[in-house]
Design a binder for this molecule. Structure first.
Ligand code: SAM
Length: 308
């Protein structure tokens, strides 16, 4: 809804610039001016005062200025085209995401599944067609389905593969990829909120929260090794309240990402309307209020970059 307005706004404020030389009305000084279209009206704006020079000299100065302004104009055209493309594909340029419906992809009955809309937004903003995307905790394979729709290559693995396209591999052990990734998406278990199994290194099965962070750190260090430089890792994480204790998994994960070498790039708040949480929400809310806490109703989507 907001994007068409944004586009209108950008078109209005990204000036359409033409350079021209005009003589001042008193007939003495020459100026280089640009002609700008704002709110549908043309107006002149002075760029540089040339002073009392002859007309041929003024035209010479103008010719020197022109390439710089043509570059600027091309850049503006590029930005508008880019924005048009983003709009066509329903990209959301804001960092609070509130999807009323989950969307198609992966398995909505898989406990802890990601909304395909989250992955779609990430791929639209940070990748291009044929980029190579890796999801090392692939669950029901939502990342695979979004990659197929958007024409990205992928590699997905998990301790407990649920589909043929998902390889069985432990993200805590070294990853052996044919190529480094253009983007890594990880949606880890929110510690033991959902138990996925009892294999060694299952992040959902650690005895203590410390062990969880230790395994997550090893998985994220592997991600660092497997990502191309100047590319992004995106981690969707959620906090946890258990028996009245708050576990700030998002903030700790933010810290771990920094410790393994990534640089923060952005952060998105994704509002949670999961079916399971909706069913339980009445019961949970009374429990949380009893404990003087709030019901967690958002995930954080942490976007980090591997620098040069
Ligand atoms: C929150 S789910 C991911 C859901 C997935 N994004 C989807 O949309 O279906 C977390 C996944 O991490 C996997 N997992 C836990 N520990 C792992 C490990 N050491 N290596 C690989 N996968 C692991 C679990 O099996 C589970 O499938």
């Amino acid at each position: 809804m907001l994007l068409p307005n944004l586009l209108k706004y950008c078109k209005r404020w990204l000036p359409i610039v033409y350079l021209e030389s005009i003589k001042r009305s008193n007939g003495i000084d020459y100026y280089i001016c640009k002609k700008i279209k704002e709110n549908g009206k043309w107006k002149h704006q002075i760029v540089k005062k040339l002073g009392k020079i002859s007309k041929p000299e003024a035209e010479q100065k103008l010719a020197e200025y022109k390439p710089k302004y043509e570059k600027q104009r091309n850049m503006i055209d590029g930005k508008i085209n880019n924005l048009n493309e983003y709009k066509k594909r329903h990209g959301i340029p804001y960092d609070i995401w509130d999807f009323k419906e989950r969307g198609d992809g992966g398995d909505k009955n898989f406990h802890g599944n990601t909304s395909p809309k989250v992955i779609r937004q990430i791929l639209l903003m940070l990748t291009k067609p044929l980029d190579f995307i890796v999801d090392p905790m692939a669950g029901s394979g939502t990342t695979i389905d979004v990659c197929k729709k958007l024409g990205r290559k992928f590699n997905a693995f998990d301790l407990y593969p649920k589909r043929e396209e998902i390889e069985e591999h432990d993200a805590v052990q070294s990853w052996y990829l044919d190529d480094p990734a253009d983007l890594i998406f990880i949606h880890p278990p929110y510690w033991n909120l959902v138990g996925y199994g009892n294999k060694q290194n299952d992040l959902s099965g650690t005895a203590t929260i410390r062990d969880y962070y230790r395994l997550l750190q090893r998985a994220l260090a592997n991600a660092y090794e497997s990502l191309k430089r100047n590319k992004y890792i995106v981690v969707q994480q959620g906090d946890l309240v258990q028996e009245g204790r708050f576990y700030p998994l998002c903030s700790e994960t933010f810290q771990i990402l920094k410790e393994v070498g990534f640089i923060p790039h952005h952060e998105i708040i994704k509002l949670a309307h999961g079916d399971t949480s909706r069913k339980k929400s009445g019961m949970l809310v009374s429990e949380y209020i009893w404990q003087k806490q709030w019901k967690i109703s958002h995930d954080r989507v942490l976007v980090f970059k591997k620098m040069n």
